[in-house]
Design a protein around this ligand. Structure first.
Ligand code: DGY
Length: 321
C-alpha cells in the first residue's frame, strides 16, 4: 500500500523523522532557519495529502483552494492564527496544533522575561560589557520589585495558569482576564477574575497570553496603555498582533508605562533598526517562548503523531476544533 505524501516545511532532525518513514512518505524543505518559499509550499500543498507547518507558513484561502489532495495540516505551534481554520473545515481538511507539551516551557520564558525586564538584566549585562562598572552606587541599575506586586494575566489558558502558579510562588497577587471565568484557577491559585480595564489599572505587570483572533487584534492599543500605571510593565509572549507597537512605543517614550518585555511582534522577524529596540526599558526576544530542545522535539513528535493517526483513521491527539 502506498504511503500518504506529507510535506514538512522546515528541515527537522533525522532522529525525529526516521521513525515515521515507515508510515509516511516524507519530503522536507531543506532549510533549518529559512521558511519555505511560498511557491514551493503551494506546489507541495497541491500534491501532498498532509502538511506539517510552522507558524511562519500561511495556510490561507489561496493554499487551501488549490490543495485537492490535502486532508490534514499539522501546525507545529499551539497558536494557529496562521491557519484559516474555518476554510480548512469547509474543505474537510483537519487541523492539529501542539498544546500541553509547551505549556511549562513557555510559562518559564514568560516569567523569565518578566523578571529580566523588571530587574534590567540585559542592561546590567551590557553595563559590564561596556566597561561602565566603575563603582557601586545606591541606585545603580535599580529595577522594580516582583514579589508582593500584582500580575494581571490576560488570557487564562494553560500557559496563563502555569504563569499564575509561578507568580504565586513569588508572593504576587494574581488578577486575570479571560473570555470565561476559570473557577479552578480561582480556587487553586487564588487568582481574581478582573474586567480588562480594571486589570490594566491595577496590575504592575500586564502579561498578554491571549491567542490572536479578530477580537484580540490590537487589544493593547493606545487607550489600553493609558489605563496602565506609570510604573507598570507590559509583557507579551502570545502574538504580536495583539498589540499596537506604535502605541506601545509612544506609551513608553511618553512615560505612560515603565517598559516592556516582548517575545513577539506584529511583523516577524523584526530588524535591528526596529524603534522598540532602541529603548533601554524594552527587552526584545526573537519568539523563543517554547524554544528548549526538549520541548521543540516534543512539538515535532506530536505533529508527526497527529499525521500518522489521521492517515490511520484514528482521532487526532490534539485537534483544533
Ligand atoms: C506557539 O506554539 O504558538 C508558540 O508561539 C511557538 O513558540
Amino acid at each position: 500500500m502506498s504511503k500518504p505524501k506529507v510535506y514538512i516545511t522546515r528541515n527537522l532532525p533525522d532522529e525525529i523523522i526516521e521513525p515515521y518513514k515507515g508510515d509516511l512518505d516524507i519530503e522536507m524543505w531543506p532549510e533549518k532557519e529559512v521558511p519555505v518559499d511560498r511557491h514551493i509550499l503551494l506546489e507541495h500543498a497541491r500534491t501532498s495529502e498532509g502538511l506539517l507547518t510552522m507558524l511562519t507558513d500561511s495556510v490561507d484561502k489561496e493554499l487551501l483552494q488549490q490543495s485537492e489532495n490535502l486532508s490534514i495540516v499539522a501546525n507545529m505551534a499551539v497558536g494557529y492564527d496562521n491557519v484559516d481554520v474555518v476554510r480548512a473545515r469547509k474543505k474537510n481538511v483537519a487541523v492539529s496544533n501542539t498544546p500541553d507539551v509547551l505549556t511549562e516551557t513557555t510559562a518559564d520564558l514568560t516569567f523569565c522575561l518578566l523578571m529580566a525586564t523588571a530587574r534590567r538584566l540585559v542592561e546590567a549585562n551590557q553595563y559590564i560589557k561596556d566597561n561602565q562598572w566603575k563603582n557601586w552606587s545606591p541606585l545603580m541599575l535599580a529595577g522594580s520589585d516582583i514579589h508582593g506586586k500584582t500580575i494581571g494575566i490576560v488570557g487564562m489558558g494553560r500557559i496563563g495558569e502555569a504563569v499564575a502558579k509561578r507568580a504565586k510562588g513569588f508572593g504576587m497577587k494574581v488578577l486575570y482576564h479571560n473570555r470565561s471565568r476559570k473557577k479552578e484557577v480561582e480556587e487553586n491559585l487564588g487568582a481574581i477574575y478582573t474586567a480588562f480595564d480594571s486589570l490594566l489599572e491595577q496590575a504592575d505587570y500586564v502579561v498578554c497570553l491571549t491567542p490572536l483572533t479578530d477580537e484580540t487584534r490590537h487589544m493593547f492599543d493606545a487607550s489600553a496603555f493609558k489605563k496602565m500605571k506609570t510604573e507598570a510593565f507590559f509583557i507579551n509572549v502570545s502574538r504580536g498582533g495583539t498589540m499596537d507597537e506604535q502605541a506601545l512605543y509612544r506609551a513608553i517614550t511618553d512615560n505612560e508605562i515603565a517598559g516592556a518585555g516582548l517575545d513577539v511582534f506584529e511583523e516577524e522577524p523584526i530588524l535591528s533598526n526596529h524603534p522598540l529596540l532602541a529603548l533601554p526599558e524594552v527587552i526584545c526576544l526573537p519568539h523563543i517562548g517554547s524554544a528548549t530542545k526538549e520541548t521543540r522535539y516534543k512539538m515535532m513528535t506530536l505533529s508527526l503523531d497527529n499525521l500518522v493517526r489521521h492517515f490511520q483513521g484514528k482521532p487526532l491527539l490534539t485537534p483544533v476544533t
